[in-house]
Design a protein around this ligand. Structure first.
Ligand SMILES: Cc1cc2nc3c(=O)[nH]c(=O)nc-3n(C[C@H](O)[C@H](O)[C@H](O)COP(=O)(O)O)c2cc1C
Length: 383
């Protein structure tokens, strides 16, 4: 794993180890994938200020996100079907994050359940909530997250209906995998992935199967999930979710100043500026492009986080300079997981930590909490 030097290296390894339909599921965006690409490309347009001959000893990347200590301000984003990138993927990623001292966020649409992850971790993790039409089930999910001692609830606001991803449709993606000749071939050519999957019982949506009403077998589960995302979800629902949960609440999927103001009014603890990794509204701006205006509008009312397109520690630093207090990575940790299980996730975090540390120093700062707009290069700085 140590020979992987960049997130792009991990991505190439994952491509070779994960069956095509699941690798593509991670590496895809909605429709033209324009927003998915912009998320990454817009980070490249931001330039850093090189500063020299300043003391660079005793550097610190430690910070807080929603009041919780983090060894660096980078959390693992919630991602569905993570246990299909690697057997028991959510449990392994949660353990890697715990050892690293950063938050792990478990998706509602995970393969390993809340209870599975709690059984292999010692510190609290975060739980991401999708709101389903069956509100009794939503309430029970919240209660299960509480019982598992989760320390933040991440409410995803940008997936009331599902954006279309062509690759998934073309690949015939399904969970659990279908056994058509094409799919059998894709899996057979990935023997270590298959061995892992044969060695675990966790191959379906374990937060849902056996918990939601009328979901007893796999065919009832797939029709249930297709019907259950609630298109009527509104700001009013945030109230009861907040009350039922009673702990730290993060609203994820904010891309507009007006929505950011609404979110701040709910009394939530943080927002995540996000377009779901370019997987929902294709044609929307990149997360990093809208971060400054959102941070400017609500930064003194609510903690502002961001995800989308972060592929290096440099990207993390740029986001912090533009007003984010915390960042999340989705695909980078999935690529690590696909490439090498828990070790691969740890490697993804190490790569980002090293890049963040060196970049911060070369910008003339020793404490990540001092990151601000003065670290970014603007032509007028040339004087
Ligand atoms: C494969 C995949 C599955 C995802 N599933 C979820 C999910 O279940 N819930 C959610 O809130 N966001 C989900 N997201 C969005 C991520 O939480 C996050 O917003 C996005 O990955 C950030 O962009 P990045 O992948 O460029 O880091 C998913 C993203 C990916 C790539």
């Amino acid at each position: 794993m140590n020979t992987a030097l960049t997130i792009a290296d991990l991505k190439e390894r994952a491509r070779r180890r994960v069956p095509k339909m699941f690798f593509d599921y991670a590496d895809s965006g909605a429709w033209t994938e324009g927003t998915y690409r912009a998320n990454e490309e817009d980070f490249q347009k931001i330039k850093l200020r090189q500063r020299v001959l300043v003391d660079m000893t005793n550097r610190s990347l430690a910070s807080t996100m929603v009041g919780q200590n983090v060894s660096m301000p980078v959390a693992l984003a919630p991602t569905g079907l993570t246990g299909m990138q690697h057997a028991d993927g959510e449990m392994l990623a949660a353990q890697a994050a715990e050892e690293f001292g950063v938050p792990f966020t478990l998706s509602t649409m995970s393969i390993c359940s809340i209870e599975d992850v709690a059984s292999v971790t010692k510190k609290p993790f975060w739980f991401q909530l999708y709101v389903m039409k069956d509100r009794d089930f939503v309430a029970s999910l919240i209660d299960r997250a509480k019982a598992a001692n989760c320390s933040a609830l991440v409410l995803t606001a940008d997936l009331q209906i599902l954006g279309q991803r062509h690759k998934d449709l073309r690949n015939g993606l399904s969970t659990p995998p279908k056994f058509t000749p094409k799919h059998i071939w894709q899996m057979a050519t990935r023997p270590s992935w298959c061995m892992g999957m044969l060695g675990t019982q966790r191959r379906t949506f374990r937060n849902i199967a056996g918990h939601a009403k009328n979901v007893t077998d796999l065919s009832s589960l797939s029709s249930w999930t297709a019907e259950q995302f609630d298109p009527q979800l509104s700001w009013k629902d945030v109230e009861w979710i907040k009350e039922r949960w009673g702990g730290k609440l993060i609203i994820k999927g904010i891309l507009d100043v007006e929505d950011a103001k609404m979110a701040a009014k709910t009394g939530a603890d943080a927002i995540v500026v996000s377009n779901h990794g370019g997987r929902q509204l294709d044609g929307a701006p990149s997360s990093i492009a809208v971060l400054p205006e959102i941070a400017d509008a609500v930064g003194d009312l609510i903690e502002v986080h961001i995800d989308g397109g972060i592929r290096s520690g440099q990207d993390v630093l740029k986001a912090l300079c533009l007003g984010a207090k915390g960042t999340y990575i989705g695909r980078p940790f999935l690529y690590g997981l696909g490439a090498g299980g828990k070790q691969g996730v740890t490697r993804a975090l190490e790569i980002i930590r090293r890049e963040l540390d060196v970049t911060l120093a070369l910008c003339g700062k020793r404490d990540v909490q001092d990151a601000g707009p003065d670290l970014l290069y603007k032509p007028r700085d040339r004087g």
